[in-house]
Design a protein around this ligand. Sequence first.
Ligand code: PAF
Length: 257
Amino acid sequence: MTIVHTTEEWRDLRRSAVFEGKTVGFVPTMGALHAGHVALLERARAENDLVVLSIFVNPTQFNDPRDLEKYPRTWEADLAAARRAGVDAIFAPVRDQMYPDGYRYRVTEDTLSALMEGRHRPGHFDGVLTVVLKLLLLVQADRAYFGEKDMQQLLLVRGMAQAFFVPTEIVACPTVRAEDGLALSSRNALLTPEGRARAPEFARILREESDPEKAKRRLEAAGFGVDYVEHYEQWRLGAVRIDGIRLIDNVRSENPL
Ligand code: PAF
């Protein structure tokens, strides 16, 4: 497993004989890998000759500096998980490598990115789309794998890839859940034991309650701070706060409004 930290080294590796004539599957992450990421890596492993993982805690997508500071960083465990999943190369750049322009240039979508997560996290999707476009251009994968847990992100990335004629196929992968129903997320590691015990109620209420207003009231009664519960196309999406940690999730909606 090769690990590179600079865009220059990455470009050299990508042009080298190692990649010649090989199909490439790419899984972009911010590290703190969990079973959801591993499922993406396994799918990439099954569908491509080579698997590339990126690990980069992207500062431009954090609207709250405290959130960026406390985001879990688990480098050694991530390397072990990557090795077990059969990753061939890890691209783990430092900030200046990804933003040599100081973030003067950025990608903005002006419709879907203003809703839901975008309304509560101003600038978040500019940061996500900008870093994902940079990574897609650098990695030049045949396929890139994204989890459906971040449904709004997935829809925006797919739309961006189409808009800019990015040749990489954007592959959607089902949300991986803990046995109690909680969607796996790197942020779950930040929950207190009590918060972790209460968190699965979020997925349960979101799934059971098709009326967003009723879902909000039930979530509030269960002790969650509710940022939103909304229908969008065929999904019902929500974001809540518990223990000061923000969790998001979505379910397919049987009766979208
Ligand atoms: O989903 C994530 O972990 C991040 O938003 C991504 C796609 C790696 C971009 O930083």
